[in-house]
Design a protein around this ligand. Structure first.
Ligand code: SAH
Length: 451
């Protein structure tokens, strides 16, 4: 059995779902961050469990031709990106391979997996940044967390969020320092500023800034707002959120608009959207447009179709398909998102979309007598509740398009649908999160009946 703190000469034969290189020491699997398949090198074993281990790459003896010099100075310690040492073409191949492997191994699904759809410029794409604040040696810092920790890296640059977002973070940090407003200290539960959340519109200039504090008040709030909007004309919405809880959840229950409106405007494939600070919105707007086009293609909509958009957020999928079908029903658990969806329908003169607040697994039951033709389903990372899948299998909905941000739960859910007479006909990964190992997949599913 390999021993901790020992050095080993290894060859990397595979990659894990989160982009670590996999090697074997006497048959024992060891995972090593930032090592690529095909590489050889010397590792130090840092952790050994009963059936696997972790190591650190100490020396690279044979370099992969796909290895790339990361462009970010923070890359070696930052928890934000984990594939920046991989050439972009390899990142896309990796995502296609992971999708096919996971569907096959976890879901027992062998289906056609298309090439991952990538970005022409795979940087500066995130329209939302959540930035924690803290202190280091008595000085305020703000940035992303180090990998697997809550230690903050004082952000100088970031290559996956817009440059203006990084500027706003630094600008606000300097104002807080100047006004003597301290950062939250999560270890002892003191201080004021916990996070700032910046959201950018893709099609408009709008930017919203949410300042999350531990305290019920944001000290000197008028001055902060004044300086922020004087410097950044694009900021159309400033929210103060109060989060007194000892939690990793960013937003607290109470929010107040302290400047402008509680939304930014955006547009996807010709449909206008208002996005309020609490609603879910896809983080890569450019890729979202192509992803929705593929989802619509997979649905093969006809003008008489009755459609469900489950886990609909602010109604982005429902409102994108409304003109191509008879009617569409959306369900979503966040109340604010549904009121955004209703307003978005009205703003686009769409009258055949109806939205309901509630849990998809409960609301779907109230629709089970409808003759539904198409279901779009786009759940959070944990996938669908069994009760939801059971109801749709009973309804025998003929066409399903499943959009997933977690291939493992997708494979689990598809495995169940397959056992209920559904066939997974095709899957296309979309690179919504370049430089990271996250994968988004759209799948085309048809009801074939039980054997
Ligand atoms: N389809 C949307 C949102 C997808 S994200 C888009 O493309 O923008 C998943 C959404 O599911 C989130 O908005 C989240 O609030 C919602 N959600 C989470 N659990 C849910 C549940 N049990 N029932 C309904 N919606 C849920």
């Amino acid at each position: 059995m390999p021993e901790k703190n020992e050095f080993y000469e290894v060859e990397f034969i595979d990659m894990t779902h989160d982009g670590m290189g996999v090697c074997r020491i006497d048959g024992f699997p060891v995972f090593v961050p930032k090592a690529l398949k095909g590489e050889k090198g010397i590792i130090k074993l840092t952790k050994v469990n009963s059936n696997l281990g972790f190591g650190r790459l100490m020396e690279l003896q044979h370099k992969s031709p796909f290895r790339k010099e990361p462009i970010c100075d923070h890359y070696s310690e930052c928890g934000g990106c984990n594939l920046m040492h991989m050439d972009y073409s390899m990142q896309l191949d990796f995502k296609k391979y992971r999708t096919a492997e996971t569907l096959r191994k976890l879901g027992k699904i062998s289906t056609k997996v298309n090439d991952a759809v990538g970005m022409i410029n795979p940087y500066y794409y995130r329209n939302k940044a959540v930035i924690p604040f803290g202190e280091e040696n008595g000085k305020m810092i703000a940035g992303l967390y180090k990998s697997r920790s809550h230690d903050i890296i004082d952000m100088k640059k970031c290559y996956i969020i817009p440059k203006i977002t990084t500027d706003i973070v630094k600008f606000l940090k300097n104002i807080f320092i100047e006004l003597n407003i301290p950062a939250y200290n999560e270890n002892i539960g003191t201080g004021v500023i916990r996070h700032i959340v910046v959201r950018n519109s893709y099609k408009f200039d709008d930017i919203s800034v949410t300042i999350v504090t531990l305290t019920p008040k944001l000290p000197k709030k008028d001055l902060i707002v004044q300086r922020l909007i004087a410097r950044y004309k694009r900021v159309v919405s400033v929210i103060h959120n109060h989060n007194p809880e000892n939690t990793n959840i960013v937003l607290g229950k109470k929010s107040k608009v302290i400047y402008g409106e509680d939304f930014i405007r955006d547009e996807i494939n010709g449909v206008l959207f208002k996005v309020s600070h609490r609603s879910f919105y896809q983080v890569n707007p450019q890729q979202t447009e192509s992803l929705y086009k593929k989802a619509i293609e997979y649905a093969e909509l006809t003008p008489n179709d009755i459609v469900i958009d489950a886990y609909c957020g602010i109604g982005t999928i429902a409102l994108s398909v409304a003109k191509d079908c008879k009617s569409v029903l959306g369900v979503e658990v966040v109340k604010q998102a549904i009121s955004d969806a209703d307003e978005n329908a009205a703003a686009n003169n769409i009258t055949n979309a109806k939205f309901k607040v509630g849990k998809a697994e409960e609301v779907i039951k109230t629709w089970s007598n409808y003759d539904i033709d198409v279901l779009f389903v786009d759940p959070p990372r944990k996938g669908c509740e069994p009760a939801f899948l059971e109801t749709i299998a009973e309804m025998k909905i003929p066409r399903i398009v499943y959009v997933s941000c977690n291939v493992a739960t997708l494979a689990r859910d598809l495995n169940y649908l397959q056992s209920q007479g559904y066939e997974v006909q095709e899957a296309t990964p979309f690179d919504m999160f370049p430089q990271t190992s996250h994968i988004e997949v759209v799948t085309k599913i048809r009801y074939k009946g039980q054997e």
